[in-house]
Ligand binder design. Structure first.
Ligand code: NAD
Ligand code: TYD
Length: 351
């Protein structure tokens, strides 16, 4: 069946994997990718699909309400999959306001436009909001985040995502807007901007730069292969229950330091360095303010109700990720030129 689907943030890390999946898997859909192309958005991420007839790109800002209303009038979207966001916790600590504008106001603009566009004809429409497990806060040594876990966001990033999740549910409860929300754990894979832990450390190891481990490196994250996240979004978009929330995660918890040591080992092998060489770059630095201790997702609901399961073991996925960054040096050089150096100096020189 023909559908016109708006994907926001499709030039970013997860968005580009989702756009690729949807464009290739559903030739009968028209996929419209709306992205502001901030530092994190890069059209080179989508080179392989840009000339497909069922794909189009629009540069624009979700904070611009007038523009968003016009876009919905023009395209009459059947569905929205909303990923556009400011996504990096450290940046949210430096400057929370951008997160409030894009993540909260931007989401509200999209909800208002969908409500107006679909008024009186909600059947078959869907607003899918892509969110994070960070809205649930920080876990102790045991337990997992369930869909029913109360929200307890700790960083400006997670507070802005939590706020946007609440607005999505409020539009469902108040105006009967058809919505689904998913909350996913940390993603890793190709095309991730090298400010996040894994690509930053791959780049630093390659360049023999120090590896800034926050605090004691004992914080725990639950890592999921980005293509498994994109597959989960596809399944939830097509089969998820109106108004429901789905947690997405791969039961794959690592302390930061164990992950970093594994990464160093893989890099030693790939770069023909003596074992232990890359790990010498590890440097413990001042902890992140308000650093969440542990995230761990229980995705039983998604697995039992919709049959989604993660496809890759972490060691295999990490190795594939390293290979991608080493084979795509030009991509890495392009995204780390210009403003990146300034960001890096500001974030790390004083730590
Ligand atoms: P990203 O930072 O790589 O990409 C975000 C994209 O949004 C970029 O292409 C950027 O240009 C675009 N964008 C930013 N502000 C915009 C605006 N005002 N208007 C239009 N476009 C704008 O982020 P990501 O890691 O791909 O995350 C995508 C979504 O998934 C986010 O909503 C994030 O909260 C969520 N998420 C991320 C992770 C993760 O581990 N990366 C985990 C769970 C959920
Ligand atoms: P990050 O990739 O920023 O994801 P998030 O904060 O959303 O979980 O960080 C992952 C973990 O790695 C987190 O516990 C913070 C830590 N970290 C470092 O120790 N050093 C770094 O330079 C970065 C970017 C992160």
């Amino acid at each position: 069946m023909h559908k016109t689907i708006l994907i926001t943030g499709g030039a970013g890390f997860i968005g580009s994997h989702l756009v690729r999946l949807m464009v290739n898997k559903y030739p009968e859909y028209q996929i419209v990718n709306l992205d502001k192309l901030t530092y994190a958005g890069n059209l080179a991420n989508l080179k392989d699909v840009e000339s497909k007839p069922n794909y189009s790109f629009i540069k624009g800002d979700i904070v611009d309400a007038e523009f968003i209303y016009q876009l919905f009038d023009q395209y009459n979207f059947d569905g929205v999959i909303h990923l556009a966001a400011e996504s990096h916790v450290d940046r949210s600590i430096e400057n929370p306001n951008e997160f409030i504008f894009t993540n909260v106001v931007g989401t509200a603009n999209l909800l208002n436009a969908a409500r107006k566009s679909w008024k009186g004809a909600m059947e078959g429409k869907l607003f899918y909001h892509v969110s994070t497990d960070e809205v649930y806060g920080s876990l102790g040594d045991s337990g997992f985040f369930l869909e029913t876990t109360p929200y307890d966001p700790q960083s400006p990033y997670s507070a802005s995502k939590a706020s946007s999740d609440h607005f999505v549910r409020a539009f469902h409860n108040t105006y009967k807007l058809p919505v689904v929300v998913s909350n996913c754990s940390n993603n890793y894979g190709s095309h991730q901007f090298p400010e996040k832990l894994i690509p930053l450390f791959i780049n630093n190891i390659k360049k023999n730069k120090s590896l800034p481990v926050y605090g004691q490196g004992l914080n725990i994250r639950d890592w999921l292969w980005v293509e498994d996240h994109a597959r989960a979004i596809d399944v939830i978009f097509h089969e998820g229950k109106n108004g429901d929330t789905y947690n997405i995660g791969g039961h794959n918890e690592w302390t930061n330091i164990d992950l970093i040591k594994l990464l160093c080992k893989i890099m030693d092998r790939k770069l023909n360095r003596a074992e232990g060489e890359s790990a010498k770059l590890i440097s413990y630095v001042t902890d992140r303010a308000g650093h969440d201790m542990r995230y761990a997702i229980d995705s039983t609901k998604l697995q039992n109700e919709l049959g989604w399961v993660p496809s890759l073991q972490f060691e295999e996925g990490l190795e594939k990720t390293v290979d991608w960054y080493l084979e795509n040096e030009e991509w890495l050089e392009n995204v780390t030129s210009g403003a990146y150096q300034q960001y890096y100096d500001q974030m790390y020189l004083s730590r």
